[in-house]
Design a protein around this ligand. Structure first.
Ligand SMILES: NC(=O)c1ccc[n+]([C@@H]2O[C@H](COP(=O)([O-])OP(=O)(O)OC[C@H]3O[C@@H](n4cnc5c(N)ncnc54)[C@H](OP(=O)(O)O)[C@@H]3O)[C@@H](O)[C@H]2O)c1
Length: 333
């Protein structure tokens, strides 16, 4: 099978297509023939070792010193079950599914095994494979941050960086939770974020949301431009600042900021729980959550897809369409 391998840290040129053996599912696993996968901001960060301030050494320890330890990137995918292990009852060959590998990566391939009890769910029929592949990265991240923030209906939520993968999921999920959503983005994305559920839009080139005079119960920062020092004055009493993108000093200062101001800073990696994928499946099936897709690229155009992510201006997710050989449904594990 074809796989995109990251040979060392660097530009998209460090990526190569290689032929690898097709994996064989264990007794509790499913083998998925991948139809679509995404290139996410996590793939960009790992490939280029572009980490938030303070994470340089920690990053190399976690990801690999000279080159990424996990050489196949890709956090999420959608495809068809090609084979199931002997003990699997939840899925059958031929089922359309989507799945989230998160930090385990390895989705930029034609075939991948997943534990049947893990972060995998049936694909909602109303979503294409390309859309389904883009459900998990932003969706699961924001379900976890909103859970940690105990987001309540009626609260005022501001999303900074509202058109990215995480930001567009934040707008939709906050709205579904009954919040009133203000989106901060470029002016030409106003109609887009309104269609996702934002009731108010701040054009970041024309207006500074911290000077608008409005207070927010929850501020989500996916762009790294809304640290506590900037937002404290517009966080309502008991307010929470969700730093999806945070520097190490900001994370370390969080307990002190809470003690001093009564406002919480919630930061750090989102927990990856299989239950989030089932929640997202239900929302997508009901038509309430539709992941935003920026662009769709052929598998072989992986360098162009990475370059689009590197630019930092994508609207939603960059998807790789995986053509591959047709799997033989029913193939024994
Ligand atoms: N903590 C975690 O567990 C976790 C999980 C996932 C992701 N992350 C981090 O979260 C960040 C966002 O991820 P993502 O996948 O959503 O990224 P993304 O899709 O690449 O975000 C792109 C968006 O960022 C916006 N943007 C760029 N510069 C901006 C600025 N100065 N102010 C406001 N918006 C700006 C752009 O909107 P405009 O159109 O307005 O330019 C663009 O639509 C990444 O740094 C990623 O590493 C953290």
């Amino acid at each position: 099978m074809k796989a995109i391998v990251c040979t060392r840290y660097g530009s998209p040129d460090v990526l190569e297509i290689r032929d690898l053996p097709e994996p064989v599912p264990g007794p509790d696993e499913v083998l998925i023939r991948v139809r679509a996968t995404t290139v996410s901001s996590a793939d960009w960060r790992i490939r280029s070792l572009s980490l938030p301030r303070g994470f340089g050494l920690l990053g190399r320890v976690a990801l690999g010193f000279a080159r990424p330890r996990r050489r196949i990137l890709g956090t999420e995918l959608a495809g068809d079950v090609a084979a199931v292990g002997a003990r699997v009852t939840r899925f059958r060959p031929g089922d359309a599914v989507f799945a989230f590998a998160g930090g385990r990566l390895g989705c930029h391939v034609e075939y991948r095994c997943f534990p049947a009890g893990g972060a995998i769910a049936h694909k909602p029929p109303g979503l294409s494979y390309e859309q389904a592949s883009a459900v998990s990265f932003g969706g699961a991240t924001m379900l976890d941050f909103f859970r940690r923030a105990s987001l309540q209906a009626g609260e005022r939520v501001l999303v900074n960086g509202a058109t990215g993968t995480v930001g567009s999921a934040a707008v939709q999920l906050a709205r579904l939770a009954g919040a009133r959503v203000t989106a901060v983005c470029s002016g030409d994305s106003a109609a887009l974020v309104q269609s996702l559920g934002a009731t108010r839009v701040v054009d970041r080139a024309r207006e500074d949301f911290v000077r608008g005079g409005d207070l927010y119960d929850v501020i989500v920062d996916t762009a790294g431009t809304a640290p506590f020092s900037r937002c404290a004055g517009v966080l309502a009493p008991g307010g929470r600042l969700l730093l999806v993108l945070a520097t190490l000093p900001e994370i370390l200062r969080a307990p002190w900021n809470r003690l001093r101001s009564g406002r919480r800073v919630i930061a750090g990696p989102a927990a990856e729980r299989p239950a989030y994928i089932e929640t997202l499946r239900g929302l997508a099936q009901a038509g309430s959550f539709v992941p935003l897709v920026d662009s769709i690229h052929d598998f072989d155009a992986f360098r162009a897809a990475h370059a689009r992510v590197d630019g930092g201006r994508k609207r939603g997710s960059v998807v790789l369409r995986v053509a591959g050989e047709a799997a033989a449904p029913g193939r024994p594990a």
